[in-house]
Design a protein around this ligand. Structure first.
Ligand SMILES: [Mg+2]
Length: 151
């Protein structure tokens, strides 16, 4: 799949225009998805030097995106649609916020298997026990999000 990935608040904590602290397992998960054949696009509001800072940060961790704010490196931004042609977007502004990266990984695997139900995708896992634990965590997280007004 072609996966568009946001930077601030998704790979690192939101400290824009600075580079925030790493978000646990973001880089590791993205590297694994890349190794498994997915095409990763960086998808950020950052432009120019700020975008380059994000690219450099990821590359310093061994993660090289196929393209940044483009579908492919040679794409002409002046004529291309502003919306990327990705199969999937990972962004902290997604409905429900950013799940743990372990959840994201299993959700991508669920989508690869052709799963279309939101609940089943978000609970996807190879082990039933982990599904149950994650299920609890997911709804606790949702509840906490609303309690803290973080939406
Ligand atoms: Mg963001």
């Amino acid at each position: 799949m072609v996966i568009a990935v946001d930077f601030d608040g998704t790979i690192v904590e939101h400290e824009y225009p600075k580079i925030g602290a790493p978000i646990a397992f973001a880089i590791e998960t993205l590297l694994k998805l890349q190794q498994e054949g997915h095409t990763l696009l960086l998808w950020s509001v950052r432009e120019g030097k700020m975008l380059q800072d994000a690219i450099d940060y990821c590359e310093s961790k061994g993660l090289k995106f196929f393209a940044a704010n483009k579908n492919y490196p040679e794409e002409d931004s002046s004529t291309a649609s502003r919306k990327l042609n990705a199969d999937l977007f990972i962004d902290d502004r997604n409905l429900g916020g950013l799940p743990d990266w372990g959840v994201i990984y299993h959700a991508v695997k669920g989508m690869e298997r052709g799963e279309t139900s939101f609940e089943k995708i978000m609970m996807s896992s190879d082990e039933n026990q982990r599904v149950r634990r994650r299920k609890k965590n997911f709804f606790i997280r949702l509840g906490e999000m609303f309690e803290n007004n973080k939406y």
